[in-house]
Design a protein around this ligand. Structure first.
Ligand code: AMP
Length: 282
């Protein structure tokens, strides 16, 4: 696997790939890789000849007071994992390479609708940063497909709309959530948890499972969500949101069958997110 730090080197490497008529898959990440990221790489390998992973801790998607400075940067370990997973090219630019004229004057991409509410509500501007950096990476790599995790359910919806609205000729592949044995969705931010917090953390998944079962059994959403919020608070979480939406993130109506439960909650220093899809009874 080659690691490339600047745009000219990336373009040159990809020109050679395109001359060979090979299919390119892109896996955008912020690094500090775990098995969730590696599942994206595996999926990318199944769909393409050449896998390009990017590692970039994108300052534009962090709000004031968020964990940009503390975000774990573990390039050497990431390189070893990617090499073992069969990644072909790692693009790991610094901020000046992607935003050479500075962040303040950077052209931005905003995806209306799906970016609003949920994480977009608690993290204003977050999805503008995501949509902007992903657009830049799409333009630089020009992949045939790109893999994103379903753990970031709203992000995946934002990317799908971005691709449709800007006519990127890119297939978006969603990859199921990879969890620890106790159910906690793997996340780089789990590393912020103390031993006691890590023990409490799977309550987020368990609470979502209980709420899903109740909703699938026909219980009314409002009390189910209220009870789930209480359970989270009792376990030491400070919920940001806990919502039931249609799978396209629209509101649930009497006709909705395919739905998704989405949650974000703070536990100590970490903000954890998770979601579960479910089928509402008719
Ligand atoms: P991040 O490095 O957190 O920006 O994540 C990079 C990509 O990995 C995103 O598409 C995430 O949705 C995906 N991802 C992160 N954690 C998981 C997980 N536990 N299971 C599946 N995909 C994940």
């Amino acid at each position: 696997m080659r690691t490339l730090r600047d745009i000219p080197a990336l373009r040159e490497a990809l020109d050679a790939v395109r001359r060979r008529d090979q299919r390119i898959a892109l896996v955008p990440t912020m690094g500090n890789l775990h098995d969730g990221h590696l599942a994206l790489v595996e999926s990318a390998r199944r769909h393409a000849d050449v896998v390009v992973t990017t590692i970039f801790v994108n300052p534009m998607q962090f709000g004031a007071g968020e964990d940009l400075a503390a975000y774990p940067r573990t390039l050497e370990m990431d390189q070893a994992q990617l090499e073992a997973a069969g990644c072909d090219l790692l693009f790991a630019p610094d901020t000046a390479a992607l935003y050479p004229r500075g962040l303040a004057s950077q052209t931005q991409v905003r995806v209306p609708g799906v970016s609003e509410g949920l994480c977009g509500g608690s993290r204003p501007g977050h999805f503008d940063g995501v949509a902007t950096v992903v657009s830049i990476l799409f333009n630089l790599v020009q992949p045939h497909l790109a893999c994103f995790g379903e753990k970031d359910y709203q992000q995946l919806a934002v990317i799908r709309k971005l691709v449709a609205d800007l006519h990127f000729p890119i297939e978006v592949v969603g990859v199921p959530i990879v969890r620890a044995e106790d159910g906690l969705a793997l996340s780089s931010r789990n590393g912020y948890l103390s031993a006691a917090e890590r023990q409490a953390a799977p309550m987020l998944y368990r609470t979502l499972c209980r709420a899903r079962d109740a909703l699938e059994a026909g219980e009314a959403p409002e009390p189910v969500l209220a009870e789930a919020g209480e359970a989270l608070r009792a376990a030491g979480f400070a919920p940001d949101y806990l919502e039931l939406r249609a799978t396209d993130l629209g509101p649930v109506t009497a006709a909705t069958r395919d739905a998704v439960l989405l949650a974000a909650a703070r536990l100590g220093p970490a903000r954890l997110i998770d979601n579960l899809t479910l089928t509402l009874p008719s």
